[in-house]
Design a protein around this ligand. Structure first.
Ligand code: KG4
Ligand code: ZN
Length: 401
């Protein structure tokens, strides 16, 4: 059987990602060597709406996909004609199959299919969540423990999931052991930022502003999620395939608590004034000056509470499942307080921990090309009928306990 070491092709994979509001393409060799990583962000388009507008996202992907792929190939030294490595040096085209916005996914899938067909190359379908996990492995594959399962926290604008991840016989296997029952953590960052008159996406702004406030000023608490309460709307789900309630997250309550704080502390006028002045091109120092101390304290307390909740449940799950190491990925993994508090907690427990580079934390295509590498080696190719799967899950759900 062919394995990593005996595979004798170029190992070059062109990855394409279009699941949400970033059109991205990248060329990665053998899952670990990034030759290019191009991301066209749609932030400016969705910013006035304070969230992603699906119809606009699809149109924008369609506009950006050709120049983005061309730029990724050019940067990687893969020419579309003429001298140097030609398109034929690619061993496969990998594309995000889901989860994500249907119309947005279809743009990447349609383009990847056509390209694979024209070049006579295999097409590889990648789960976006698996991609986020491989954003960490891309750079840290050599240093993460391979002796037992790893616990992966994928925490982004659309997801907050805990997975056990383990490689066996060259294939990665995943088991979902925790998830949010309502909003994703990044969504809470974005909604709180919007509520307080800050820019979109809100995570990076809160990350920047929180160190100027007192994280102990507002005592936010997270209620324990009742066992099976999260199944109330999913009667078809067999009860034995549920999660341990203590590894479930819920971020809609803290968003409501922030709203209540704002209402009871007469903050509406100052928020309205800030919203007028907060432009997408605002400089970070100016953003701090637009916030009074009460707002900075509220942001610091919100961020501390979210990071603490993520940390407590992630480390409890790592202990429960005997994880040999932690991988933390997704847009919220760019957060500086999250990185420092997780790093300190891991050091206390002697647990190896790895994060992606900042450029790989948010959505990108290098992570899609990296996740496709083991599938190329094992010839796990997508059928010509490949289509978008907006709710595609990753791995099996765990049985209790
Ligand atoms: O992974 P990503 O690019 O897209 C999804 O798959 O959702 O994550 C985007 C999310 C947004 O909610 C954004 O506010 C959040 O990640 N984010 C951050 C930071 N940078 C991005 N949240 C907190 N701190 C940050 N530094
Ligand atoms: Zn993502």
């Amino acid at each position: 059987m062919v394995n990593d070491a005996t595979y004798n092709g170029s190992g070059l994979i062109l990855g394409i990602e279009s699941s949400c509001d970033e059109t991205a393409a990248a060329v990665v060799r053998r899952g670990t060597h990034q030759l290019s990583n191009v991301v066209a962000s749609q932030i400016a388009i969705h910013s006035p709406y304070g969230g992603v507008v699906p119809e606009l996202a699809s149109r924008e992907h369609l506009r950006a996909i050709v120049p983005v792929v061309e730029a990724a190939l050019r940067e990687a030294g893969v020419s579309m004609g003429g001298a140097g490595l030609g398109m034929n040096s690619l061993d496969a085209i990998a594309v995000t199959e889901g989860p994500g916005l249907a119309g947005a996914l279809l743009v990447g899938i349609g383009y990847a299919k056509a390209l694979a067909y024209a070049l006579g190359k295999p097409l590889i379908a990648v789960n976006h969540l698996e991609g986020h996990i491989h954003a960490v492995l891309l750079e840290h594959a050599a240093s993460v423990p391979t002796t037992g399962p790893l616990l992966a926290l994928v925490v982004s604008g659309g997801h907050t999931h805990l997975y056990l991840a383990q490689q066996r016989d060259g294939t990665w296997h995943y088991r979902n052991v925790g998830r949010t029952v309502d909003d994703a953590a990044g969504e809470a960052f974005d909604k709180v930022a919007k509520l307080l008159g800050l820019g979109y996406p809100g995570g990076p702004w809160i990350d920047h502003l929180a160190p100027h406030g007192n994280p102990g000023a507002v005592p936010f608490t997270f209620a324990q999620i009742k066992p099976k309460a999260h199944l109330a709307n999913k009667p078809q789900r067999p009860a034995q395939h549920t999660h341990q309630a203590r590894f479930l997250f819920s971020f809609s309550g803290i968003k409501t608590a922030v709203l209540r704080y704002v209402e009871t502390h007469a903050m509406a006028a100052s928020i309205a004034a800030r919203r007028q002045q907060f432009t997408p091109s605002i400089k970070p120092a100016h953003a701090v000056a637009l916030c009074d101390q009460q707002t900075l304290d509220l942001l610091a307390s919100f961020q501390r509470a979210v990071v603490d909740d993520l940390k407590r449940k992630t480390f409890a799950a790592a202990e429960h499942y005997g994880a040999h190491g932690l991988l933390v990925s997704g847009g919220v993994a760019a957060n500086r307080e999250l990185r420092s508090r997780f790093t300190a907690a891991a050091a206390d427990r002697g647990l190896p921990i790895a994060f992606p580079a900042l450029s790989l934390a948010t959505d990108n295509a290098a992570m899609i090309a990296a996740a496709a590498w083991p599938k190329l080696v094992s010839r796990d190719f997508a059928p010509p009928s490949l289509s978008a799967r907006p709710s595609l899950p990753l791995g099996a759900e765990t049985a209790l306990p």
